[in-house]
Design a protein around this ligand. Structure first.
Ligand code: SAM
Length: 400
């Protein structure tokens, strides 16, 4: 399809919705609602096209010049909303979540996006970078394997800047980490798939694990363990989950996909020695860290297991509290149903992906749970993504 001019009607994941001249839906990036833009088509399917706004004939009042020089049509795929001011980006993200909840979960909910305490610039403490054929670091262009080589990333912690100034010959992927006050380092994945930590200047001096404080706890985070990418996310999520789970002394709490124990640590003291916190996690690195991080609350039980039906049946008891913070793909097959059958009194579900959260919420509603709260946090500034925390309580009607 040739370039065409269209008006952007409403926000959606993957770009604002417009219509191509042949009637197909068009998902248009780099545009805001109400704008009249020239769309360059980047992908085509039978029922829709994807494109980018390469010229804006009628800008929306919320349009700004992107603060990052690498943002825009055909450029870095890391950010989607650099062209939107704060209120427009917020309205866009809230509308996307509302739409996903309505269409996928059948839930009509109001969503109010809460800002992270720090500003967006430099807020990412963990950044997965691609390497171009000449060894330079960058991020993939949108929907492309091409690498946008960067002199630095606007969103990344400034201490990571030296990594962009050197070559990473032979590396397949480089993850940069500036977690807590520990010295920043890189985790380099070679062509053979093996990952090894190294200093940002390329020396092989093995990087120590990170040590970081969040929500009043100290955490050890080894180079291969998951840690939230936004500087504020661990602290905020720890206190939000503690408030929403509201555990009592003596409760049983099950933390599924527990990582290094961030959420388990947030509730362990409330539960106390008469209670129990069971973590279920599959990464050996995260499991090792969790055992260290939770050592001062010996009523925590860190289990090496994939979150499956059987693991849920073994861990979740009637009237317990379940915390679940799965990767982007959401809960594994049959896991929501298995949790539902075990009849915990509350499920606190932390998600970085609205579509899979909505899919899983639908299953919990069908299993006799009510959505009590849905909170949204802006831990992915300048992008279309948000962090969501949903609270589900077992209804008294279902399950006996
Ligand atoms: C989004 S992270 C959340 C970790 C922790 N709640 C945090 O905020 O730091 C998801 C975790 O799930 C783990 N994981 C992924 N798939 C899993 C599975 N099928 N079973 C168990 N753990 C899994 C990953 O290793 C990762 O530590």
């Amino acid at each position: 399809v040739n370039d065409f001019v269209a008006e952007v009607e409403r926000p959606a994941l993957g770009g604002g919705i417009a219509h191509a001249p042949d009637g197909r839906v068009a998902f248009v990036r780099d545009a805001l609602v109400g704008e009249r833009v020239t769309v360059r088509v980047t992908d085509e399917a039978r029922r829709f096209v994807r494109g980018e706004a390469v010229a804006v004939a009628r800008p929306a009042p919320g349009r700004v010049a992107p603060p990052c020089p690498y943002a825009g049509p055909g450029r870095c795929g890391g950010c989607d909303l650099q062209h939107a001011d704060g209120p427009s980006a917020r309205a866009w993200k809230e509308a996307v979540v509302r739409e996903q909840m309505s269409r996928i979960a059948g839930l009509e909910v109001e969503v109010e996006l809460r800002d992270a305490p720090s500003g967006a610039r430099g807020s990412r403490t963990r950044l997965r970078c691609a390497v171009d054929p000449s060894g330079r670091l960058g991020l993939r262009r949108r929907r492309s394997h091409e690498v946008e080589v960067l002199a630095t990333c606007w969103l990344a912690d400034a201490r990571l800047a030296p990594a962009f100034a050197r070559r990473w010959d032979g590396a397949g992927e480089v993850e940069l980490r500036a977690i807590g006050p520990s010295e920043p380092f890189a985790v380099v994945t070679g062509a053979d798939g093996a990952a090894r930590p190294c200093a940002l200047d390329g020396s092989d001096r093995p990087a120590a694990a990170s040590r970081v404080e969040a929500a009043g706890h100290d955490f050890l985070v080894s180079p291969a363990s998951f840690w939230q990418s936004h500087r504020d996310a661990p602290g905020v999520l720890g206190s939000v989950v503690r408030r929403l789970a509201a555990p009592h002394a003596g409760d049983r709490v099950v933390d599924l996909y527990s990582g290094v124990g961030l959420l388990a640590a947030a509730v362990a003291r409330d539960v106390g020695p008469r209670g129990r916190v069971v973590c279920v996690e599959s990464s050996p690195s995260a499991l090792g860290d969790a055992r260290v991080n939770l050592a001062d609350t010996p009523w925590t039980d860190v289990r090496a297991a994939r979150v499956t039906l059987a693991a849920v049946d073994a861990a979740v008891a009637r009237d317990s509290i379940v915390l679940a913070d799965p990767p982007r793909a959401g809960l594994g097959e049959g896991v929501a149903e298995a949790i539902g059958r075990s009849r915990p009194r509350r499920v606190v579900y932390v998600s970085c992906d609205a579509p899979t959260l909505a899919r899983d919420l639908r299953k919990f509603l069908a299993a006799g749970f009510d959505l009590m709260a849905l909170e949204a946090y802006d831990f992915f500034p300048e992008t279309e993504h948000v962090e969501l925390v949903a609270v589900l309580d077992a209804t008294t009607r279902a399950g006996g």
